[in-house]
Every structure is written in structure tokens, then in C-alpha cells.
Design a protein around this ligand. Structure first.
Ligand SMILES: CC(C)(COP(=O)(O)OP(=O)(O)OC[C@H]1O[C@@H](n2cnc3c(N)ncnc32)[C@H](O)[C@@H]1OP(=O)(O)O)[C@@H](O)C(=O)NCCC(=O)NCCS
Length: 159
């Protein structure tokens, strides 16, 4: 008997729709200390500068949302606002696939620089970003109320 996390296949990256929101909100709630509400995702879906993608997998011929990313493209820059993978499907390269696809989209749209904020203690996310070439540019002290944010930047022209 395989564990659920070992039997998924058919990884696809797709634009997020309202139909994905039940699963997206469940992943969000399982992933963050201060999760976004469903309303915040609905606002993003209507925001013209916001881009939202899901990573979808197939388990026993059933489609399932395994994670998502949200970024803004504004004034020639990209800002990654949110990325999460369902706890059951982590450490299997899905965030890497999602970020790679997102950076490709940004490049095609002529974006030069990508910015994000991450909690100082969030080692998995910091490692992920660093492996793509993101660099620390400054620290926003107590940005999250209880913890500093590292502000990181990737120059897409260099990657
Ligand atoms: C951060 C997160 C998105 C990574 O997703 P994931 O699908 O598990 O990541 P991947 O399997 O694609 O791993 C890519 C790289 O990330 C890093 N990484 C991922 N999980 C890690 C962990 N538990 N510890 C250390 N590094 C880790 C590694 O550098 C890894 O590369 P490697 O496999 O070659 O070592 C996931 O842990 C998550 O959803 N966390 C909660 C939400 C969150 O913190 N989002 C970021 C907000 S800024």
C-alpha cells in the first residue's frame, strides 16, 4: 500500500479559478500562522495586476490542487505575494516546478526584477528562493508583528 503522497502523477501548472478556492484555502490554512482569508484570494482573482497559478496533480484519476502561487506584475517588476504546497506533497519538487513556471511567465512579459518577503525562520522557503538565485537585499524588522522579514530580490536578466 503506497502512501497518498507517493502515488500522484501528471503535474500541471494552470491559472487559478474560483473553483480551486476551497482547496487553495485549505492549503493556505495548513501552511501559515496568519493565513489569507477566502476573500483575499477572491480579491486577487479580480485584481488586474495579480497573477495566480495552481499546481495540479492526479491521484487515482482525481484532480487535486497541490499548491499555488500569487504574484503581481507592476511597473516592470514582479512581487511574489504567496506560495504554498499542501503539507502532504512537500519536498517533491512541486514548489520548484511552480516557481520555475512563474519565472518563465515573468521573463516572457519582460520583467527584470522579482521581489518577495519571507519570515527569517522559514528555512524551507529561504532555501528554495536562494537556489533560484534570490539574494537578501534588506531586513524589515518585526514586519510580521512577531518576526523579521527578509526582503529578497532576483535579477531575471542574470538567471
Ligand atoms: C516553502 C515550500 C513552498 C516549499 O515547497 P516544496 O514543494 O516542499 O519545495 P520543493 O520540494 O520544490 O523544494 C525545492 C527546494 O526548496 C528547499 N526546501 C524545500 N523544503 C525544505 C525543507 N523542509 N528544509 C530545507 N529546505 C527545503 C530546498 O532547497 C529544495 O531543493 P532540494 O530539493 O534540491 O533540496 C513549502 O515548504 C510550503 O508550502 N511551506 C509553507 C508555506 C510557506 O512558507 N511559503 C513561503 C512563504 S514566503
Amino acid at each position: 500500500m503506497h502512501a497518498l503522497k507517493d502515488i500522484w502523477k501528471d503535474v500541471t501548472i494552470l491559472p487559478m479559478t474560483r473553483d480551486d478556492l476551497d482547496e487553495v484555502v485549505r492549503i493556505e490554512t495548513a501552511s501559515f500562522r496568519q493565513p489569507w482569508s477566502r476573500r483575499q484570494f477572491e480579491i486577487e482573482l479580480k485584481n488586474p495586476v495579480s497573477h495566480q497559478y495552481i499546481v495540479r496533480i492526479s491521484i487515482n484519476n482525481r484532480q487535486r490542487v497541490a499548491g499555488y502561487i500569487i504574484f503581481w506584475l507592476i511597473h516592470g517588476e514582479a512581487h511574489i505575494l504567496n506560495i504554498a504546497i499542501h503539507p502532504l506533497f512537500r519536498k517533491r519538487g512541486l514548489a520548484r516546478r511552480l516557481l520555475e513556471a512563474s519565472l518563465d511567465i515573468m521573463k516572457k512579459k519582460g520583467i527584470d526584477e522579482v521581489y518577495l518577503e519571507v519570515r527569517r525562520s522559514n528555512e524551507p522557503a529561504i532555501n528554495l528562493y536562494t537556489s533560484f538565485g534570490f539574494e537578501l537585499i534588506y531586513i524589515r524588522e518585526m514586519y510580521y508583528g512577531d518576526e523579521d522579514a527578509l526582503v529578497m530580490r532576483l535579477n531575471l536578466g542574470d538567471s
